[in-house]
Design a protein around this ligand. Structure first.
Ligand SMILES: [Zn+2]
Length: 272
């Protein structure tokens, strides 16, 4: 009996998935200590599917929390947008006004769609005339965008990841974008990639997920309430109540080019 190429691929896919799932769960059990999970929870993040990565812990699918993040006391305000939506910042970028340089390197170097999406990311932020501006550099940017290749795991695929600003007020210095074919397909859409870069850059300058209090709103599944109750909240008046389905900082992508909505722009202007 012969296997069609398609069947072969499917079987290989299942095998790879099965072994990576297994490795993942072992890694989670062995490498994330109860003390670390406690700190992650205390910072107001979900402890579901936490993964150890080389520079910290990956939480909520795409946020790298460094040891510094876990041990930090936040002095920044919560932003309460409408009645349901919050962006809790940990640290913010300081020394404003400021220009943040952005580079593309590693396996993404010289590939048009990644380069063009990076330019579009910069243009979208700069169009808001914030106190943080972005500019492209050939290499060694304050934020360096690099690729990684990782298939789906635990029922989802990570499109990209990044982290929060340092305690000294510098943006997180790296955005990782998934080059796996199951992330963006064989012919990645520039607008879609731009929107994911906008989201990851949002983390780099201090944004949390809009729906961190209930990831089910954008990710589906069951409700997981991660509201951090101890830090003050600042109400932004004039924003509509209820779930905002189109925020650029929702935890999960709808697979579309989701740019800043009016509430996002209010929050960006408030912070910067
Ligand atoms: Zn995110």
């Amino acid at each position: 009996m012969k296997l069609s190429p398609k069947t072969c691929l499917a079987i290989i896919g299942i095998c790879v998935l099965a072994s990576s799932c297994k490795r993942e769960s072992i890694a989670t059990l062995n490498e994330v200590s109860p003390a670390a999970l406690q700190k992650i929870k205390a910072q107001g993040f979900s402890t579901d599917n936490v993964r150890k990565v080389n520079n910290g812990y990956l939480v909520e699918g795409d946020i790298v929390l460094t040891e510094e993040n876990l041990n930090a006391q936040s002095t920044s305000p919560n932003l309460l947008i409408a009645s349901d939506e919050q962006y809790r910042t940990t640290n913010l970028v300081k020394a404003l006004p400021r220009t943040i340089t952005v580079s593309v390197s590693g396996t993404l170097t010289g590939i048009a769609v990644w380069s063009n999406a990076t330019d579009a990311l910069i243009a979208r932020y700069n169009a808001l005339a914030l106190q943080v501006k972005f500019t492209r550099v050939a290499s060694g940017g304050n934020v360096d965008i690099i690729g990684f290749d990782q298939g789906p795991s635990g029922g989802y695929i990570t499109l990209g990841s990044s982290g929060f600003p340092t305690s000294t007020g510098d943006p997180f210095n790296q955005i990782k974008m998934n080059t796996n074919v199951q992330a963006y397909g064989t012919n990645p859409n520039q607008g879609y990639i731009t929107s994911v870069l906008q989201h990851e850059m949002g983390h780099c300058i201090g944004f949390r997920h809009t729906d961190y209090f209930n990831r089910a709103l954008s990710c589906g599944g069951s409700k997981s309430n991660e509201r951090a109750g101890t830090i003050g909240a600042v109400l932004i008046p004039g924003t509509p109540s209820g779930f905002d389905a189109e925020s650029f900082m929702l935890a999960c992508s709808a697979g579309t080019d989701r740019t800043f909505n009016p509430n996002d722009i209010i929050a960006l202007n408030y912070l910067y």
